[in-house]
Design a protein around this ligand. Structure first.
Ligand SMILES: [Zn+2]
Length: 224
């Protein structure tokens, strides 16, 4: 939901709850007094703005109606914005507004793939990883006397520290299939550039998750 409407939504619901609360008459009196002062008070100003937008005083509505009215205004705003952008006009509307949609948020797998695509699997090369470790060069390879830059491509496709997991998940087979290509090109293909289907991509996300998990566990006691 656009931020302005989110603020209106929260403010209106809070206001409605105060007006309809039987437990807190003092708070209700305070709100009434603020209302008498008119729109000088920023909070009351927000409520008046919201009422102006939905076209109804909040106190005459049921809570469900109030929520629906604010959401309805927000949807109209988004649709107007969408029509202003030619490239967005043919895009479908969400089946349920302002909720994460299944088709774009299907799983943890999407998250792993997107993290890998954006080059941040929280390995510890940019900031500390979940074990509080941070390295620029791979600590696993350093242990065997090799100086290798630590990044997503290295951990998923090259690091010998997790080679057994790479074999058991089939990632090694994928690498062999693309032998001779650079790590970054193979990684891009593995992350979907080879037009793999949805099921295959989900499997790959699971494999990445396993590789990264194993790598993080095995390096957790290595010196920085
Ligand atoms: Zn390594």
């Amino acid at each position: 939901m656009p931020f302005k409407y989110r603020i209106w939504f929260k403010g209106a619901v809070y206001y409605w709850r105060i007006l309809n609360s039987k437990k807190d008459p003092i708070l209700k009196e305070c709100v009434k007094e603020l209302q008498d002062q008119g729109a000088d008070d920023p909070w009351i100003k927000l409520i008046l703005e919201t009422e102006g937008e939905i076209g109804t005083p909040i106190e005459v509505l049921k809570l469900k109606e109030l929520k629906e009215k604010v959401i309805e205004r927000a949807v109209i705003f988004v649709l107007d914005e969408k029509m202003d952008h030619v490239s967005l006009r043919s895009q479908p509307q969400p089946s349920e507004w302002f909720r994460l949609q299944n088709h774009v948020n299907d799983s943890r797998c999407s998250m792993v793939l997107n993290m890998a695509r954006s080059g941040n699997l929280l390995l510890g090369n940019r900031m500390q990883n979940k074990f509080g470790k941070q390295w620029k060069m791979c600590p696993g390879c350093r242990k065997i006397g090799q100086d290798v830059k630590q990044d997503e491509g290295h951990v998923i496709l090259r690091c010998p520290l997790v080679s057994s997991t790479r074999h058991s998940t089939g990632v090694e087979e994928f690498i062999n299939h693309h032998q001779g290509q650079s790590t970054s090109i193979i990684l891009r293909k593995y992350l979907g550039q080879d037009r793999a289907g949805m099921v295959e991509l989900r499997n790959r996300a699971v494999h990445i998750h396993q590789l990264v998990g194993q790598w993080l566990i095995r390096t957790r006691n290595f010196p920085e």
